[in-house]
Design a binder for this molecule. Structure first.
Ligand code: FPP
Ligand code: MG
Ligand code: MG
Length: 331
């Protein structure tokens, strides 16, 4: 996995964990009928940024250090949680590319492009099912509750995005709630789950959850910003895609405060000829991109405050570095 751009030091031993994590996932997914295997394994190739498992594993290590916990049983359960997080994420991307009719991801053809919609949906569901199988082996109702909450929130977030909301006063809150459900919930609940199996107090569990929440919010805000400023080649997936999908993300919502003529375009989801180009131009002429970055920066500051409640450790330090790098990433 390409972790070098996350500023991780060798001493946090994340790379070795990640190799084992992907090996275990591929092994688990291989035990089914032959035609399903390559589809389900397609994105578990160790070529992604692996941000979610890295965050989950670093949080686990930071929590264990904080609690003086190092039993093998706990560490194995935390490894399973990191696998589940990566599997849920990947399954959601497979379905997302069907919903968004995307034809590329991570610089290769998307699953739906290679195998079609029907098999993509089935493969995504298969990965979900196998992730729940791992969860049952953890034997914790608390963890199972956190994981099942992720599924309902992911789907609710995706639906909120599909449906939008007509009331202009609600646009930004709707966007933030959608962003939590679509992106931050997975990271937040994953961070809480690794703290639960380590026996953390409810205050420490809250620190872990809130760190994941704030970092997840920042991550998606930067993603929505990059959709305007990065290229398809840099992102490995279509750029300038959100407007074409009818989506008004933070940069546009901020831009509409300066250019109210955007409101009508947002309401009709940029579907008239020229809408996408007009909106793109107005966003670039507004302070929307800068304000989006500032909001992401505030979420990162909050994430740092939560993390600072844990004892200083190399893992905590790596998470501070990662928070900084996520805010300033270009892909
Ligand atoms: C990427 O968003 C998509 C998500 C973060 C969540 C998608 C969730 C679903 C499709 C619900 C189904 C969930 C499961 C677990 C099967 P994006 O389209 O903004 O990002 P992109 O630019 O990477 O495509
Ligand atoms: Mg989408
Ligand atoms: Mg998409």
């Amino acid at each position: 996995p390409k972790t070098e751009n996350l500023g991780l030091q060798e001493d946090v031993e994340i790379r070795r964990d990640l190799t084992g994590l992907y090996d275990d996932i591929r092994e688990l997914l291989s035990k089914t009928q032959a035609t399903l295997v390559p589809i389900a394994q397609y994105y578990f190739d160790g070529k992604g940024k692996a941000i979610r498992p890295v965050i989950t594993l670093l949080m686990a290590k930071a929590i264990n250090y904080h609690l003086g916990e190092n039993s093998r049983n706990v560490v194995e359960k935390q490894m399973k949680i990191a696998q589940i997080v990566e599997m849920i994420h990947t399954a959601s991307l497979v379905h997302d590319d069907v919903v968004d009719a995307a034809d590329s991801r991570r610089n290769k053809s998307s699953v739906n492009k290679v195998w079609g919609q029907k098999k993509s949906i089935l493969a995504g569901n298969y990965v979900v099912g196998r992730s729940i199988e791992i969860c049952t082996a953890i034997e914790s109702h608390e963890v199972l509750n956190l994981i099942t909450k992720i599924f309902s929130e992911l789907i609710s977030g995706e639906l909120m995005q599909l449906d939008g909301t007509a009331n202009k006063e609600e646009w930004f809150d709707h966007y933030l709630e959608k962003t939590f459900k679509k992106t931050a919930s997975l990271i937040a609940n994953g961070c809480q789950a690794v703290s639960v199996v380590a026996g953390a107090s409810s205050a420490t569990q809250t620190n872990a959850f809130q760190f994941g929440r704030q970092l997840g919010m920042a991550f998606q805000l930067v993603d929505d910003l990059l959709d305007f400023v990065s290229t398809s080649a840099q992102l490995g997936k279509p750029a300038a895609a959100d407007l074409r999908l009818g989506l008004a993300t933070a940069p546009v919502l901020y831009a509409a405060r300066k250019f109210p003529e955007l409101n009508v375009l947002i309401l009709r989801r940029f579907k008239e000829p020229g809408d996408v180009e007009t909106a793109f131009d107005l966003v670039l002429r507004s302070d929307g991109l800068q304000r989006t970055k500032e909001l992401a920066g505030q979420y990162c500051d909050d994430a740092v405050t939560q993390l600072a409640q844990l004892s200083p450790s190399p893992y905590q330090q790596a998470l501070f570095t990662l928070t900084h790098e996520l805010l300033n990433r270009m892909k």
